[in-house]
Design a protein around this ligand. Structure first.
Ligand code: MTE
Length: 323
């Protein structure tokens, strides 16, 4: 993302100091979410769709194996890259800023307001919310519109499971998401580089796709703040900016909601933002990407390689106009 006057930077990713066990415990309330203390720190317990147990490996390495139906078989990116090379403008514009400064965000207690056109609106504490659903591991590719990508071991629950629980009414056509925007905790919010709070949206049928995840963990541990704790959207067939972090509101609405980047620069960032190597960004090609940690570039795949699961959502839609 390149706001006016801010060139894209690609510094070597800074290593994130690992969260200590005390940091994790301080976040509290995790027992309700199925957390358990293991040798390597506080872990979240997942139910793998395949029913297989996750396998622990050496410290510093991704701790699990990913063999579920939604998991890519590509190698997991280095955790230092996933947690040290971030876009999170509430905490600064450089890729290394969030790892240095997002630790100041207090993610417990945290309330999520879920409402709009639903039969069962909820205002719910994050630990209660995540205790409603079995947590699942998902190894997904993430492709940023800037032309880089990562393979990230998320843990979370399907957005569809939450939507079914709150029962959208027939008038609900879109889901709107809003991030926290607290200038006391988020220094970037004092900078009008974007319109705050950060907002995103999906069509309801996109939100119901089984790939759409609400993440609360990474590599079996509590989600680091720089990756969007305590609750973050993951839609792997779309460009990274759709993956809104630090969610405080989820609202079912009738009209297409306003979204942050397509409001800031509508000719550069669309509402759909499906990964599409055939439609270039006005200032750069989308044909290839740099997988962080690899040399060279690789071809970008339509829908980021998830076409089989999602292309049916867009039948009859002109994906050049609806970019
Ligand atoms: N969510 C909020 N609230 N603020 C942001 O600046 N950046 C987006 C997205 N979610 C952003 C956000 C962008 S541009 C990307 S590429 C991804 O988060 C990056 O996610 P990651 O840092 O976990 O890799």
């Amino acid at each position: 993302m390149t706001p006016p006057g801010k060139p894209d930077t690609a510094p070597p990713p800074a290593a994130r100091p690992d969260l200590t066990r005390r940091d994790l415990l301080r976040q509290g309330g995790l027992a309700a979410a199925g957390a358990v203390v293991l040798a390597g720190g506080l872990e979240l317990v997942s139910r793998r769709p395949s029913g297989r147990a996750a396998v622990a490996t050496a410290p510093g390495q991704p701790a699990r194996v990913y063999t579920g139906p939604y998991d890519t078989r590509e190698p997991v990116s280095a955790l230092a890259d996933i947690t040290g090379y971030n876009n999170y403008y509430e905490f600064g514009l450089d890729k290394s800023d969030p790892a240095r400064t997002a630790g100041m965000l207090k993610t417990r207690p945290w309330t999520v307001q879920i409402g709009g056109l639903v039969r069962k609106p909820q205002t719910v504490d994050i630990d209660t919310l995540q205790s409603w659903f079995p947590l699942e591991d998902r190894l997904y590719r993430m492709r940023c519109v800037e032309g880089w990508s990562l393979v990230i071991p998320w843990m979370g629950f399907p957005l569809a499971a939450l939507l079914r629980r709150i029962e959208p009414t027939s008038g609900a056509k879109y889901v709107r998401f809003v991030s926290l925007a607290d200038p006391k905790q988020m220094p970037g919010v004092r900078d009008p580089v974007l319109e705050w709070p950060y907002q995103e949206g999906l069509r309801l049928d996109e939100a119901m796709n089984p790939l759409a995840l609400l993440a609360v963990g990474l590599d079996g541990k509590v989600l680091p703040n720089q990756n969007g704790a305590p609750l973050r959207l993951v839609v792997p067939w779309k460009y990274g900016f759709k993956n809104i972090k630090a969610i405080t509101h989820i609202e079912l609405v009738a009209e297409r909601p306003k979204t942050t980047w397509s409001t800031a620069t509508p000719d550069e960032y669309g509402f759909y933002a499906n990964v599409n190597p055939a439609v270039d960004h006005p200032r750069w090609s989308q044909a290839t990407e740099r997988r962080i940690g690899d040399l060279g570039r690789r071809a970008t795949l339509p829908f980021n390689g998830y076409g089989e699961q999602v292309s049916g959502l867009y039948t009859g839609l002109d994906l050049r106009r609806n970019f």
